[in-house]
Design a protein around this ligand. Structure first.
Ligand SMILES: [Zn+2]
Length: 217
């Protein structure tokens, strides 16, 4: 299985990737993990990546795809499936990924979109509160419950990252840079969608159902 997961911030794709990882014995690859690993390996690409990160700059796509290429080639050699979570994020990255797979003479199994309406993303993301005392995160329902930290009874506050303005901004970035990937993969006949409304288990259930339908094991 070679899977790309798509979905806006708050779509829960990272958590769904964890479920798929267990169930299908595949590796979840996030950009952060890939970079950390390349840097600790001390490879040339890792060193290049580190030089950008040390300057507080974004790692260029060419370096990122180089790291991904090396890692996935190792997986291909041992027939190990993988899920990409958080990559590609832009059209140039998606193009580079497709080129990479072509070079490796393999095909993407699918790009799976966890489709959650924008208003629901905002609602989910802006309901997250953090404990001042123990830093646990918790979700407030529309009635504003819980009022205190369920772990320790501490006072709850909202981190800047979880405030509505920040969230709307994140969603705008997603809409501008990442949403075009939906059409990109659809045009290639690689897009599948699941309804991302509902509980975490309901969404997992839909994904697994889709995999059964597609004969993915
Ligand atoms: Zn607490």
């Amino acid at each position: 299985m070679r899977l790309v997961l798509l979905g806006g911030p708050g779509s829960g794709k990272g958590t769904q990737a964890d479920v798929l990882k267990e169930k299908y014995k595949v590796i979840k690859l996030s950009t952060g993990d890939l970079l950390r690993q390349a840097i600790s390996d001390g490879s040339d690409l890792g060193k290049q990546a580190k030089s950008y990160m040390d300057k507080g700059e974004l790692v260029p796509d060419s370096v990122m795809i180089g790291i991904l290429d090396k890692k996935t080639a190792e997986f291909e050699a041992k027939k190990q499936g993988y899920i990409l979570d958080g990559f590609p994020r832009t059209l140039p990255q998606a193009d580079a990924l497709m080129d990479m797979l072509k070079q490796q003479k393999v095909e993407l199994t699918m790009a799976l979109l966890i489709d959650v309406p924008e208003a629901e993303l905002v609602r989910r993301l802006s309901s997250r509160w953090t404990c001042k005392n123990c830093s646990a995160t918790t979700f407030k329902d529309p009635d504003g419950n819980p009022v205190v930290c369920p772990q320790c009874g501490g006072e709850l506050y909202q981190r800047d990252d979880d405030k509505k303005e920040t969230i709307i901004n994140r969603i705008e970035v997603y809409n501008k840079n990442t949403r075009p990937l939906i059409t990109f993969f659809k045009d290639k006949g690689l897009l599948e969608e699941v309804n991302g409304y509902g509980t975490f288990e309901e969404i997992s259930g839909r994904i697994i159902e889709l995999f059964v339908m597609k004969g993915i094991k």
